[in-house]
Write a protein that binds this ligand. Structure first.
Ligand code: SF4
Length: 393
């Protein structure tokens, strides 16, 4: 059976095709020239091209659907070889918008939010992905292919830099081997060349795996989905907290090696009457003492079947002010792609196998109509990815 080329690191390819520069030629053709048909790999011999096409598939996934928001963000539904589907989001931040550190952006920036599993085992109470259970882990190649497919789809210059956040469907640390390998394939200079410092791995808090990730010294950034400051509330939101409570997550975070110029990101999904009070802000300041932290406050966006409500903007701002006054970098996350099928899991939910259409791009007109319908039903959907952008999925 053929294997996916994207599942192979440069070192693994070099072990098959020596000398090493051969592997580099293959990598460059695949990741920088966006090659898919080995016949176009003309820098190697015909015999090698034929061997490569006998052994490898170049496409680990295909675009099943795509939605575009008026703010330029795009949500992709990818179909895997075994017919399962996953979601990936391309977020566009325009010049002048503020980044996670609250600083204005000088140049338009892309961030790709990748999925790491088909479904998820964690069962977070606010998450649409959790509702459909767990199917399987993605391979490293399937993670890498999400970014490659988007770069190809946009005809992006190979050297166009982007950030990667592992915050799509799935718990990244529940699939650590594939995630770790993907970070290295992404970082390979002959390939996509995305520095580990532009890759953020998010977790709902598997403390021993945070330690394991730290010991790997990959140089990646860490994000923790905290969402609550007491164990009873956090257990309600994230059942995993029963196994790894807040104290153990914070302790593991303190041990995590982080570049002195960087910070650990804490995601805090604010839910009306649950965790948005001044006392929670005070406890959060105490919990994060001595950690180089930045906190992202995310307003919960109600979705069908959810018993939670969105907090007041004034309460969020007061919460943010308290943190800032106590020396903690804190931003309020802007929702993106507000008009398109909301949070992680919804596009997948809507496109059952029989409904999938090819490259669906929603026109501005239909986006407008959809926005009107949403407003009429007094429901505000937001395109927020699991945990960071989708915490509310
Ligand atoms: S929020 Fe993330 S970790 Fe929790 S169930 Fe959803 S995908 Fe899994």
């Amino acid at each position: 059976m053929k294997q996916f080329l994207a599942d192979f690191s440069l070192a693994e390819l070099a072990a098959i095709f020596s000398p090493e520069y051969r592997a580099k030629q293959i990598f460059e053709w695949f990741y920088r020239q966006y090659g898919t048909n080995f016949d176009t790999l003309t820098t190697v011999s015909k015999a090698l091209r034929s061997e490569l096409s006998d052994r490898f598939e170049t496409e680990a996934l295909t675009i099943a659907a795509k939605q575009t928001s008026v703010d330029g963000s795009e949500k992709y539904l990818f179909r895997l070889a075994d017919n399962h589907t996953i979601e990936t989001v391309l977020l566009l931040m325009r010049e002048g918008e503020t980044n996670d550190d609250g600083e204005p952006i000088r140049q338009a920036q892309y961030t790709v939010c990748v999925s790491t599993q088909v479904g998820c085992k964690m069962g977070c109470a606010f998450c649409m992905t959790a509702k459909n259970g767990f199917v399987r882990n993605l391979t490293a190649g399937e993670i890498v292919s999400q970014v490659l497919a988007i770069k190809r789809d946009h005809n992006m210059l190979p050297e166009k830099g982007l950030n990667i956040v592992y915050m799509g469907m799935g718990e990244p640390l529940d699939n650590l081997a594939s995630v770790a390998k993907a970070t290295q394939i992404f970082a390979t200079e002959a390939g996509l060349s995305i520095s580990p410092r532009r890759q953020t791995i998010s977790t709902s808090g598997i403390s021993p795996k945070i330690d394991e990730l730290g010991e790997m010294n990959l140089g990646v950034l860490l994000a923790i989905s905290l969402h609550a400051v007491d164990n009873a509330t956090r257990e309600r939101l994230i059942p995993l907290n029963k196994a790894f409570n807040i104290e153990s997550v914070i302790a593991a975070t303190r041990r995590f090696p982080i570049d002195m110029r960087k910070r650990v990101m804490f995601e805090y999904l604010m839910i009306d009457g649950v965790n948005d009070d001044p006392r929670s802000a005070k406890t959060l300041v105490r919990l994060l003492g001595n950690i180089r932290a930045k906190v992202n406050l995310i307003a919960f966006n109600p979705h069908e079947g959810s018993s939670f409500a969105r907090p007041d903007r004034a309460k969020m701002e007061a919460f943010q002010r308290y943190l800032l006054d106590h020396g903690i970098v804190c931003t309020i996350r802007q929702s993106r792609g507000i008009e398109i099928d909301a949070a992680c899991g919804q596009l997948r939910e809507r496109h059952t196998a029989s409904e999938i259409v090819s490259h669906e791009t929603i026109s501005r007109e239909s986006i407008k109509q959809r926005s009107m319908m949403l407003r009429m039903s007094a429901r505000s959907f937001s395109f927020v990815l699991p945990r960071i952008w989708c915490s509310n999925s």
